[in-house]
Design a protein around this ligand. Structure first.
Ligand code: C2E
Ligand code: MG
Ligand code: MG
Length: 602
């Protein structure tokens, strides 16, 4: 409606002189209005809310519906400035734009929020029509409104649902996304920083205590986040002041991830960086304390905090900010324990690393599909250096990278699941070689060992893969060894034992690789259906260095003997090591001293 009060800009200069010829101003006005209103009442439906104002925005007349909604009397309204019914919902710029339009003689349309005398607000879909006198000057304004309050609140409810997280009541990811995008566009308003924290404990809580406990935990964290924003005073309960800066928006952005946007920084990028690093860390500490309380004694919270600076001119949209925050979180420290969480800042190099890694994954996939894997074989010898078998060690022959060693791609293959295909290929290749060797009495006694990774072991199809490979080539199963590590068995011991037993039923041999480096538990060892221990390289070198080193190997050998296991020592590089180990009565030896892993023509 038309502004004439103090809140909005001044109305345009008077263009219309209400003092008509011969009649008192009042008479003139009343006559005109009666006519207009009467005409209008026929023209518009009964639900319309109608008012006339003079060019300055002073109310000249209103209909009954207007009176009713405003809760003022007609007498109070007539002669009052239009602003009597205004709420404080609209900024000055809103009314200024409206004035500009109507004073040009154009029709204005929009939605207004008015306030009734009693204080309640109502929303009006509004059309303001300038009416002209005979000389073409604006004589008055007619405003016609429809009450859309119900609609407005329904929309607000929908908006609230769409942009808030039902569990915690905080704004949700969509809200944060929109906010970041909008804010990043307003580069002139200065830099902002997006901070996120993710809580790895949620999974454990859900698993151990159930989803209701998980929900309680999330609500507790959300409260903590909400408090960062709330509270104008500096009380101890006021998280924002404890942090030293209040976020402009906080939201739950993932199942166990929360985000906060900070702005209003002074200084250059370095100062902002320094302030944010401190702030992100304090936030981590605050949240850590809250989570620790929730988890109870003995459990250290696991939180990952990261932050992303958005400087004017970066041109980031919300989803890019999210991606950067997630990358930084993944790269950053995963903290548990006394040191508390330290925050990771996003750096461009992280993107490069992610890209490199994804290129590696892509190339590895292609290599596997194109069967460019190689199985190098390293000899395993007896005390008199007679070759009794080989360990198959996989290599990736890449055009650009050359021969890639397993340390570089096995962990990645594990994470991406490519290891299953690699493992199948290795098994197949090992069985092919065994079948070839079986044809010649010279080589028919040789064994081939292959490494089985954790993901393969848990795939549920390992036993079937082994059976299929053996059958495909007609290889002797008792010559195939599968190397597993203690740590990979440990995760689900019952299931591991069951799988190893099924493999034993196929007459395949099982070796415990890297013995001594994982969860060495004698208790477990006695339960594992393995036939061989491979003493890790880490224990081989010290054998010649000192007595402790020798004593450890001595103990391992004794233990293995007690359990009826055969023993292989790995990583032997010198004659002295070989000599010392032979003294312990070890069955077989492997290492560069006897041969490196090499491609053999089989
Ligand atoms: P591992 O099973 O313990 O294999 C022995 C590793 O020690 C091999 O490294 C071998 O080249 C190296 N080695 C052997 N003798 C010596 C020595 O005298 N001195 C030194 N310094 N090193 C020696 P490689 O081939 O790089 O393999 C590393 C690891 O990658 C293996 O450790 C195994 O855990 C894994 N791996 C290799 N091939 C496969 C595979 O086909 N499948 C799976 N899942 N893992 C594999
Ligand atoms: Mg091995
Ligand atoms: Mg090993």
């Amino acid at each position: 409606m038309i502004e004439a009060g103090s809140e909005g800009p001044e109305p345009p200069p008077r263009e219309y002189d209400p003092h008509g010829e011969g009649r008192t101003p009042h008479q003139t006005e009343t006559a005109r209005l009666r006519r207009s209103l009467a005409e209008l009442r026929q023209g518009v439906d009964a639900h319309s809310i109608v008012a006339f104002t003079d060019p300055q925005g002073v109310i000249l007349d209103v209909n009954d519906k207007f009176v009713e909604l405003s809760q003022y009397t007609r007498e109070e309204l007539i002669g009052a400035p239009q602003s009597i019914v205004h709420s404080e919902r609209h900024p000055d710029s809103f009314f200024a734009e409206m004035w500009r339009t109507v004073s040009r003689g154009e029709i204005w349309q929009g939605t207004l929020c008015n306030r009734a005398k009693g204080g309640s607000e109502y929303w009006l879909a509004t059309t303001i029509v300038p009416l002209f006198d005979d000389e073409g000057r604006i004589e008055r304004y007619l405003s016609i409104h429809t009450d859309v309050t119900q609609l407005y609140f329904a929309e607000a409810r929908v908006r609230r649902l769409a942009y808030s997280d039902p569990l915690t009541g905080l704004p949700n990811r969509a809200m944060m996304l929109g906010h970041l995008t909008a804010r990043a566009d307003e580069a002139a308003r200065g830099p902002l920083v997006y901070v996120t924290a993710e809580f790895d404990d949620l999974l454990m809580i859900n698993d151990t205590f159930g989803f209701a406990a998980g929900d309680r935990f999330l609500r507790r964290i959300a409260d903590e986040f909400g408090r960062l924003q709330a509270g104008a005073g500096g009380g101890s309960e006021d998280g924002g002041s404890r942090l030293g800066r209040r976020p402009e928006l906080v939201a739950r952005v993932g199942s166990a991830a929360f985000g906060a946007v900070f702005s209003g920084f002074g200084g250059g990028p370095e100062e902002i960086e320094a302030e944010m690093a401190g702030l992100a860390e304090r936030l981590g500490e605050m949240l850590g304390a809250a989570v620790a309380k929730e988890l109870g004694v003995g459990v250290e919270p696991m939180i990952r905090v990261s932050y992303v600076p958005c400087l004017p001119g970066d041109g980031l949209d919300g989803s890019e900010v999210f991606t950067r925050a997630e990358i930084a979180r993944r790269f950053g420290p995963r903290t548990r324990g006394e040191d508390g969480p330290t925050a990771a800042v996003f750096e461009q190099s992280m993107i490069d690393e992610v890209r490199e890694r994804s290129e590696l994954v892509r190339d590895l996939r292609r290599c596997v599909a194109e069967k460019r894997l190689r199985l190098h074989l390293q000899p395993v010898v007896t005390a008199d250096r007679r070759v009794v078998g080989y360990e198959g060690l996989v290599r990736w022959a890449d055009e650009k990278r050359g021969l890639v060693t397993p340390a570089e791609f096995i962990p990645l293959a594990e994470r991406t699941g490519i290891i299953i295909e690699i493992g199948d290929w290795v098994l197949d290749e090992a069985c092919r070689i065994l079948a070839e060797w079986a044809k010649d009495p010279e080589t028919s006694e040789r064994t081939v060992a292959v490494n089985v990774s954790e993901r393969q072991l848990r795939s549920g199809v390992l036993v079937e893969s082994v059976r299929a490979a053996l059958r495909r080539h007609g290889a002797p199963p008792e010559r195939l060894r599968l190397e597993v590590t203690e740590s990979e068995l440990h995760r689900d011991l019952e299931r591991s034992v069951q799988i190893l037993e099924e493999l034993r039923a196929e007459r395949v041999q099982i070796s415990l690789d890297d013995f001594g480096t994982g969860y060495s538990s004698l208790n477990h060892l006695s339960r594992l259906p393995v036939q061989q221990l491979k003493i890790d390289r880490a224990f081989v070198a010290p054998v010649v260095d000192d007595e402790t080193g020798a004593a450890i190997v001595g103990t391992i050998v004794q233990l293995a003997r007690l359990m009826g296991l055969s023993i292989v020592a790995e990583g032997i590089e010198t004659e002295a090591q070989f000599e010392a180990l032979r003294g312990f009565g070890i069955d077989a030896f492997q290492g560069f001293l006897f041969g490196r892993p090499e491609p053999l023509a089989v």
